[in-house]
Design a protein around this ligand. Structure first.
Ligand SMILES: *[C@@H]1O[C@H](CO)[C@@H](O)[C@H](O)[C@H]1NC(C)=O
Ligand SMILES: *[C@@H]1O[C@H](CO)[C@@H](O)[C@H](O)[C@H]1NC(C)=O
Ligand SMILES: *[C@@H]1O[C@H](CO)[C@@H](O)[C@H](O)[C@H]1NC(C)=O
Ligand SMILES: *[C@@H]1O[C@H](CO)[C@@H](O)[C@H](O)[C@H]1NC(C)=O
Ligand SMILES: *[C@@H]1O[C@H](CO)[C@@H](O)[C@H](O)[C@H]1NC(C)=O
Ligand SMILES: *[C@@H]1O[C@H](CO)[C@@H](O)[C@H](O)[C@H]1NC(C)=O
Ligand SMILES: *[C@@H]1O[C@H](CO)[C@@H](O)[C@H](O)[C@H]1NC(C)=O
Ligand SMILES: [Zn+2]
Length: 401
């Protein structure tokens, strides 16, 4: 979120207070500064608790239990939805709402699973490091805090919002797919993923391909007696890399990643089998169109391949129609500023957005950068979390307006 017209001193002030530990705050009166500070402290503590519970996809049970307790303590009505198999029996989506109003106008959602490996929570000055600090526990903590603040300010009531935290986003989206069985629909859904506090106006599509080549094994001294599956695969991959893939002004180029190659058994054996796993990020058109282009390219090699496609989805347009000028009342009451609108961004990663059916408006927003998510240096700034709470509040109020 960009606070174009916020004076620098106000930003510094807000930062400074964000860093005061709660114990140092004199507890008297209803002064807004205290409110701000204690709410930042509870935001950071919620974020820390969430990150400290490892929740690599498949193992979301612990963090789910924590969230249920937390939300119940905040007087939300909490429903759970089992997602999973015998081995993963207790993985659950969590739906929280106010009172008995399960059907709400707006849904606020993110995911509670993270990618491996686990990196513990670590505070380094103004920065918070660790797995999930960005993707997506930064979103989860700030979404909850935004709702808590709107409640405290009497700006929402039962029937306005529900929170949905799903499992499995990082591995196929089984959680969000299951959420379609909740039997609910909404006017708008606000999805939380790292967007650098910008409002995403769309994300690329995705498709997976497995390419298999089958040749004939032989002694490497007599290659004429065999057929190298590795060489077949190399020519296929070369053809794919040199094919023009669809592009668009909005999303740029469709990109192809050869993520994994396997083939052969030993240096002195003509390889019989080889395979490659590919992920494509689609900038234009549907996966089926792209599959045809790839098959055509493979055909030019003259080799026969066994290609299987995991059709994902084409590019996803997301609503970014939040008006430019909104009056932003800082909770510190120092100033009432004009917020000149969200910057927008187009992202190249997939989300749960296409997994949730319905004709709701869709928003995608959250703290932190995808460029560090999934890495061994996943981290964000404390101020990103504080600003994300403001951003979510604006989005929720806009969606309810
Ligand atoms: C649990 O479920 C996830 C996602 O469906 C899966 O990837 C993982 O392998 C499962 N874990 C076990 C132990 O079955
Ligand atoms: C939850 O509700 C109880 C009973 O109405 C009330 O005493 C408590 O203050 C509420 N807690 C919060 C966090 O609103
Ligand atoms: C898209 O691909 C074209 C042709 O390969 C290349 O010239 C261009 O730089 C690419 N654009 C981006 C944004 O990567
Ligand atoms: C390539 O396409 C042509 C025309 O459809 C077909 O006859 C031929 O068998 C294909 N070749 C391979 C290797 O798939
Ligand atoms: C293609 O590969 C899949 C997965 O290994 C296999 O099930 C299928 O039988 C193969 N098809 C052909 C024609 O070889
Ligand atoms: C927002 O307000 C500023 C100053 O009041 C004005 O200059 C700007 O054009 C407005 N932007 C939009 C998108 O309305
Ligand atoms: C955190 O804030 C500092 C100072 O504003 C900035 O230089 C740095 O890039 C920020 N880090 C992240 C991860 O955004
Ligand atoms: Zn994510």
């Amino acid at each position: 979120m960009k606070l174009h017209t916020l004076p620098l001193h106000a930003l510094l002030f807000s930062q400074a207070f964000a860093l005061v530990p709660p114990a140092a705050i004199p507890q008297h009166g209803q002064h807004p500064v205290h409110e701000r500070t204690s709410s930042t402290a509870s935001l950071l503590s919620l974020h820390k608790d969430l990150v400290e519970i490892e929740s690599i996809t498949g193992n979301e049970n612990g963090v789910g239990k924590y969230l249920i307790q937390y939300l119940e303590a905040q007087n939300f009505t909490v429903e759970t939805q089992d997602v999973g198999s015998a081995t993963n029996a207790s993985r659950q989506n969590i739906l929280a709402y106010l009172g008995s109003k399960r059907e709400t106008r707006v849904l606020i959602s993110s995911h509670i699973d993270v990618v491996p490996p686990y990196w513990p929570y670590e505070r380094r000055g103004d920065e918070i490091w660790g797995r999930g600090t960005v993707d997506a526990k930064g979103s989860v903590a700030t979404q909850i805090t935004a709702v808590e603040e709107l409640l405290a300010e009497d700006k929402i009531c039962p029937g306005d919002i529900a929170l949905l935290f799903v499992v499995g986003e990082e591995k196929g989206g089984d959680g969000m797919i299951k959420a379609n069985d909740l039997g609910l629909k909404w006017e708008a859904v606000i999805f939380g993923e790292p967007t650098e506090l910008k409002l995403a106006s769309g994300h690329k599509g995705i498709m997976g391909v497995t390419l298999r080549a089958h040749g004939k094994a032989a002694h490497s001294g007599y290659p004429e007696l065999g057929k190298s599956a590795n060489e077949m695969l190399i020519s296929g991959l070369y053809a794919l890399l040199h094919t023009d893939l669809p592009w668009s002004e909005k999303y740029g180029n469709t990109t192809l990643n050869i993520g994994r190659i396997e083939g052969g058994v030993a240096a002195n054996v003509i390889p019989e089998d080889a395979s490659a796993s590919l992920a494509l990020r689609i900038a234009d058109g549907e996966p089926t169109d792209l599959a045809e282009i790839l098959l055509k390219a493979l055909n030019t090699t003259g080799e026969v391949f066994n290609s299987t496609f995991q059709y994902g989805y084409g590019p996803i347009d997301i609503d970014a129609d939040v008006p430019g000028n909104i009056t932003l009342e800082m909770s510190m009451d120092i100033v009432t500023n004009t917020f000149s609108g969200f910057e927008t961004i187009v992202v190249n990663y997939g989300t749960d957005i296409p997994n949730l059916k319905g004709d709701h408006k869709k928003y995608l927003y959250g703290p932190g950068s995808i460029l560090v998510a999934h890495s061994d240096h996943e981290h964000l700034n404390v101020s990103d979390l504080v600003d994300a709470v403001k951003g979510y509040k604006l989005l929720i109020e806009h969606a309810l307006a």
